[in-house]
Design a protein around this ligand. Structure first.
Ligand code: ATP
Ligand code: MG
Length: 267
């Protein structure tokens, strides 16, 4: 059993959780980079099989505080995959139209189709995170959403979607370091968001919201993986490993030539 996988109902106290740990990978940074390359060599043909088979649908959800590394994870874990068949969907503050629908509407619209792998950079989980922390809706509304999310995911799974959810966890000091880096590096200044600096003040509320999200929405068929992300190399290798192992578990094969095509000849 993967030690980073959250069991259904598991109590996680993120306020006291060590995001700096690196004992999950023996051999340190260099070995991890080699392992990530090795995993990529597995990921490429697996994604091709997914695309060729046009049967399974794969959803990868990435959640995490600002600067936790959602963008970096996407860049490094999926480096070199065939862009045909892979798609990223971002979730920002809902538009007026999106807000006028139920909170799952915009997510449902961008779910993976057969043969596709879709990465959610943030997701419908914002509707039990930022919405709760900022009190955008009354408690009785967001409280009911854990169950509705679980039911939504159950339907997707029964319709052929494989769901993997990663919670990238850094600690508050690491976030400060990364935001400071963004401010002082001209190649990263474009990422600086004044709101992120204010969000930091709500760190403890976010940790409570994340903890409850993990406890209530990690299910046997759509588990959360809580990834220590202070060290980028560890984060990448842990995420990649889960994705590769899960795709291997689908036991995909290239589709056989159907009988009606067997008489085809190149002339
Ligand atoms: P970056 O690391 O580049 O800043 P980001 O994921 O933070 O990437 P932003 O463009 O800053 O991207 O926009 C995301 C913002 O939208 C977040 O602050 C998030 O909390 C907010 N958001 C997402 N979904 C919702 C929602 N349902 N309700 C309110 N705010 C939301
Ligand atoms: Mg942002």
């Amino acid at each position: 059993m993967n030690p980073y996988r959250i069991a259904s109902g598991q109590i996680v106290r993120l306020n006291r959780w060590n995001a700096d740990q690196s004992d999950g990978f023996k051999g340190g940074q260099e070995a991890a980079l080699r392992e990530l390359q090795r995993l990529s060599l597995h990921l490429w043909p697996l994604q091709e099989l997914l695309y060729a088979g046009q049967r399974h649908k794969v959803l990868v959800v990435l959640q995490g505080m600002d600067a936790a590394g959602k963008d970096g994870t996407i860049r490094r874990v999926f480096e070199g995959v065939n862009p045909q068949g892979v798609r990223v969907a971002r979730f920002r503050k809902p538009s007026e139209e999106e807000s006028s629908h139920d909170f799952l509407w915009r997510a449902h619209a961008v779910m993976p189709a057969s043969g596709e792998l879709v990465i959610f950079n943030r997701s419908y989980y914002e509707d039990v995170l930022v919405v709760r922390v900022h009190g955008l809706l009354p408690k009785k509304i967001w409280q009911g959403r854990y169950r509705r999310i679980n039911e939504f995911e159950r339907i997707l799974i029964e319709e052929g979607t494989t769901i993997l959810k990663f919670c990238l966890m850094i600690d508050r000091d690491e976030q400060a370091k990364r935001l400071q880096e963004r401010l002082s590096d001209p190649t990263k200044q474009w990422k600086v968001d004044a709101a992120d600096l204010l969000e930091r003040k709500r760190w403890p509320s976010y940790m409570r919201a994340y903890s409850e999200m993990l406890r209530k929405t990690s299910t046997p068929r759509a588990p959360w993986y809580l990834i220590p992300s202070n060290r980028r190399w560890l984060r990448d290798v842990l995420v990649s490993r889960v994705i590769v192992e899960t795709l291997q578990g689908l036991r995909m094969r290239y589709p056989a030539l159907p009988a009606r095509k067997r008489s085809l000849r190149v002339t």
